[in-house]
Design a protein. Structure first.
Length: 482
């Protein structure tokens, strides 16, 4: 294997202006759009995902690239702060201080299997790292190797067409190669989307290096959703249909799929949802590893005492049809080791609860971190019980939805796609939305630096035309004025 990491380091993507990086990202987005009719069939053949799903995902990918192109070109992410020298500063003479954020360096991205475009070679991790000025080495997922290589070729040609180095994006294959890259001292950060076991192992390697690096892993998530009695009384059929769609779309191979749905004990909500689950029919799973893992988890759930099977579903080789089961809170507590792990596939658990004041307290002892959580409420509903529930779910998740479903993650500046362990290895960051760029930057301050030695963003003539936030001399005299 050629020295891919050395080539990425030599690309020095951060030395180019934010506007140049932005133009390169737009060029990549345009090239992907132009290559769609070539790339989609390759993705279909390797993943079994439907053409419509893949075309939508490719559009999401190019939207992400253009979003981060805008972020890069604007330059606000550099967070330039200039404190002018101030001999009258309240704590004594203040030196000239100039702070901004610099790219970490080459980033290693472990691509996901379930989003072969949007969380793979040119997904959000790559787009945000490039916008920050970091070259990216992608460890391709074995579920779509041909697509990974061809996507990288398209990106490299597009980047080169703008005059920037093609080695800003490179691809490697193989588990051993990925681990070796993670240990390479030239890699300065890593991203990962996958299982808890895999993410935990890689995070340990990143932490135990001679020079530990940030490891941003997206791992397992059950994404609990609670339906209040008022919501169920208003629109039970609508909630049941939305629940089924959220669980069964893409064969449940979505990191934000609702794995637990809490509903009032009265009535037969699971029976109401059963028809929609059965109508979904079988869908191909992405690869044998996912099929084996899903079959194992499904068997564990179905074999748990106190669990009622509502829709049996089936798994035949790579084909899976939806499974729906029902239980109660007491069983969930008694068999938490079996029922609270993510089932990555078309399975969900309906949990009956008794309306009243205990649910938030019960969930506090049950539910760990998730990427998302949700509440379905009645029109204008408000109560201390509901407020306690909302507070608990916001404490356990990165995104809290009301009257919606956690699948479908909008690519917008305010998005948060992260959460407490085991949803991620770092709850302070996101892998979707413009704040994702923060993962690949570190601050540095220049004190009393001669003007001719200042980097472009910190110079008074500001050749990169980036926002500069300035604290002029004498400012401290006004502190405390509100």
């Amino acid at each position: 294997m050629t020295d891919v990491i050395g080539a990425a380091a030599a690309a020095d993507f951060g030395s180019f202006s934010p506007r140049d990086r932005g133009r390169a990202l737009v060029a990549v987005a345009d090239a992907l759009d132009a290559a769609a009719d070539e790339l989609i069939p390759v993705a279909q053949a390797e993943t079994g995902l439907a053409e419509g799903r893949l075309r939508g995902e490719l559009k999401r990918t190019t939207v992400q690239l253009r979003l981060f192109a805008s972020v890069a070109a604007a330059g606000e992410f550099l967070d330039v702060r200039i404190d002018d020298a101030d001999p009258e500063f309240v704590l004594g003479p203040r030196p000239d201080l100039r702070r901004y954020r610099v790219p970490l360096g080459p980033v290693l991205n472990f691509a996901a299997s379930n989003f072969p475009f949007a969380f793979s070679v040119l997904g959000g991790d790559t787009a945000s790292a490039l916008a920050a000025g970091c070259a990216v080495v992608v460890k391709a997922h074995p579920g779509h190797p041909k697509l990974s290589d061809r996507t990288a070729e398209v990106a490299r040609a597009a980047i080169a067409s703008t005059g920037l180095p093609a080695d800003a994006v490179t691809v490697i294959h193989g588990q051993d190669e990925g681990v070796a890259a993670l240990r390479d001292p030239r890699i300065t950060a890593a991203t990962f989307t996958g299982s808890v076991a895999g993410g935990r192992a890689l995070a340990r390697i990143a932490a135990e290096r001679d020079h530990p690096i940030p490891f941003y892993g997206e791992l397992g998530s059950i994404n609990p959703v609670v339906v209040t009695p008022a919501a169920l009384a208003e629109r039970a059929e609508q909630i049941a249909a939305g629940f089924a769609t959220s669980v069964t779309s893409s064969a449940g191979q979505l990191c934000t799929k609702p794995g637990l749905l809490f509903v009032p004990a009265s009535g037969d909500f699971a029976g109401l949802a059963a028809g929609a689950f059965e109508a979904a029919g079988p869908h191909r799973l992405l690869h044998p590893g996912i099929a084996q893992g899903y079959t194992r988890r499904r068997d564990e759930v179905l074999g748990t005492p106190g669990v009622t099977v509502v829709v049996t579903g089936e798994v035949a080789e790579l084909e899976a049809s939806p499974t729906l089961v029902e239980t109660d809170v007491a069983t969930l507590i008694a068999h938490r080791d079996t029922l609270l792990d993510e089932a990555f596939g078309p399975l969900s658990v309906v949990v009956r609860y008794e309306p009243g004041g205990a649910l938030a307290a019960e969930l506090a002892g049950l539910v760990e971190g998730s990427l998302a959580a949700g509440v379905h409420t009645g029109a204008g509903e408000d109560s201390p019980w509901l407020r306690d529930l909302v507070a608990l779910l916001s404490d356990r998740s990165g995104r809290l939805l009301f009257n919606g479903w956690p699948t479908g993650v909008a690519v917008t500046p305010a998005q948060q796609h992260g959460g407490p362990w085991p949803a991620t290895t770092n709850p302070t960051t996101t892998s979707v939305g413009t704040a994702a760029i923060d993962r690949f930057l570190r601050p540095v301050t220049y004190q009393d630096c001669p003007p001719e030695l200042l980097p472009e963003p910190l110079r008074d003539d500001n050749p990169w035309h980036v926002p500069q936030h300035r604290s002029p001399a004498g400012e401290s005299a006004r502190w405390g004025e509100i």
